[in-house]
Write a protein that binds this ligand. Sequence first.
Ligand code: MIC
Ligand code: SF4
Length: 652
Amino acid sequence: MGYTLTEKILRHHLADGFYEPGKEIGIKIDQTLTQDATGTMAYLQFESMGLSDIATELSVSYVDHNTIQVGFENADDHAYLESIAKKYGIYFSRPGNGICHQVHLERFARPGKTLLGSDSHTPTAGGMGCLAMGAGGLDVAVAMGGGAYYLTAPRVINVHLTGRLEPWTTAKDVVLKVLSILSTKGNVGCVCEYTGEGIAELTVPERATITNMGAETGVTTSIFPSDWQTKRFMQAQERGEQWTALAADKDAVYDRTLEIDLSEIEPLACAPHSPGNIAEIKDLSLPVDQVMIGSCTNSSYVDLMTVATMLKGKHLPAGVSLGIAPGSRQVLSTIARNGALSDLIAFGARILESSCGFCIGNSMSPCTDSISVRTSNRNFKGRSGTPSARIYLTSPVVAAASALTGQLTDPRELGMDYPRIEMPAHFEIDDSMIIPPLPTTQRAETKICRGPNIGEPPINGPMPEDISGLVTIRVEDLVTTDHIMPAGSRLKYRSNVPKYSEFVFEPLDKDFSMRASAMRDQGAHNLIVAGLSYGQGSSREHAALCPMYLGVKGVIAKSIERIHAANLVNFGIVPLSFAQESDWEILPEKTEVRIPGIRKALETGKENITALAGNKQITLNMNLSKRQRDILLAGGLLPFTVQANKGAKKEK
Ligand code: MIC
Ligand code: SF4
């Protein structure tokens, strides 16, 4: 029996465990990436592990999320990150150089390598046959130090593409089609592997759009084979010598297969307020107030050239605003050189920095009750910074058509010829905004730059014998990490955990933080009760770290998403699931709950435990590996790793 491409790469990198789908394995990580919003904490944690150097083939630190710099906080973070990169031999992509995923695809990703990034859209690099996964910053810090990364050996879904995309339908519509089939829940522990003759004509940036937004289904990652398209892209990036051909074996066996005929795909949108809420553009007729083009999903050269060609010689209608954020400095300078940037400016576009910006809600929030059409990947309520706004996620051509008409528009109705833009055979290479690692001999002298915004990572105590406290909040299904730990204007506190913790659950319940810290200060524990797919969305570990700081000891949910569940373990919070989902009903807020013997249960590896709420007994499942139980007993991955490192030093 042959192997899938995913299994080939994973087996090749196996560092711990036996490969069996559904079981935990540890793998060696070749490359890591961090971005500034998760990176500061990741490097603070790396520092507390007391390691002298990184052990990966390549690690890159990007600054792309917090580039607004209102006040000193963001700039402090950037200075810290630049000095850390110097000290530990990490590439530093400076603010202005572009969004981590776009730049990594252009300059660093390689077929067959494993990449771990402290950002949930790291699978973007799967567009070139790299096995790329998002994780919490602490997992990335451990991998940077040479530790294995642990994941569930996945079930592999074959997404078999046939046919050809019709004009005006794009890679974005392909991934929205996949989302319409898989939805945003129930895909934990799976990988989407793309095969079939339909992939041949998809370029690497198009494939990257698909693997990028695969993150919204909750799969571990998505991957394309490495073929002539990959070679062509790498040659255009002057990296042809790094190319290798890679594909699944012909007789590979998949867990299931989705058949998608590209020629049948229609222009699609994610309607408010979930990327899983898929609608056909032709069925939507709505006035549009704002159009935003960019983000790590859709801001490649071809995306922006297509938009510029559609808008050339025309003008933005009154009442609509248009913002464009090119994905990288390479894209921005290419469209500046060839004149397309002037066409966009002449149309009335507001050109934004090559960064995340609007996508994470730290700029260009739309007005109250407005409709904003965006080419990004998440439209959770309030993520844009305006809770009453309704966000529709679409392809760049639908976004441009909507900017032309002021209505959500199917571009096929414009009567325009489809601008078929070719990917260039050669991109202009200028890596001067990427600072390469210093020679090893010069690293020791580097002083780490710590402004007042750089705090210490809080360290948790060991797991208590019993959990005893209150349900401090109960939430419904599909609560995202944006609900747990808002970004946008709060993003600047990422390096200051006590301050950032004041905003835990802010969009759902402004008083949560006060209630939780009062309980913690009385010596009682906090518990979170949640519905299905708790912790969807980003990889931000602050959604576990800040609750830990507030004294949360357990999350009891109907189900928890992969990265968030791992983050909870990493910060000493037990992820528990209802044996009977209907028990969610009997644990409203303020219920007093005891989970006696939690420590013993973790020590002995019990798979379920009883929670006591008044006279009711509730069975909770604990689906944890031995490694995860040991981490929880120690109080989290940081105390666990520090202990392990001390032990290793003593033995020497
Ligand atoms: C996101 O798109 O939500 C983010 C901001 O990129 C996050 C990371 C973060 O919260 O810093 C992600 O996707 O992991
Ligand atoms: Fe940045 Fe948005 Fe991509 Fe997250 S999804 S990395 S915020 S562009």
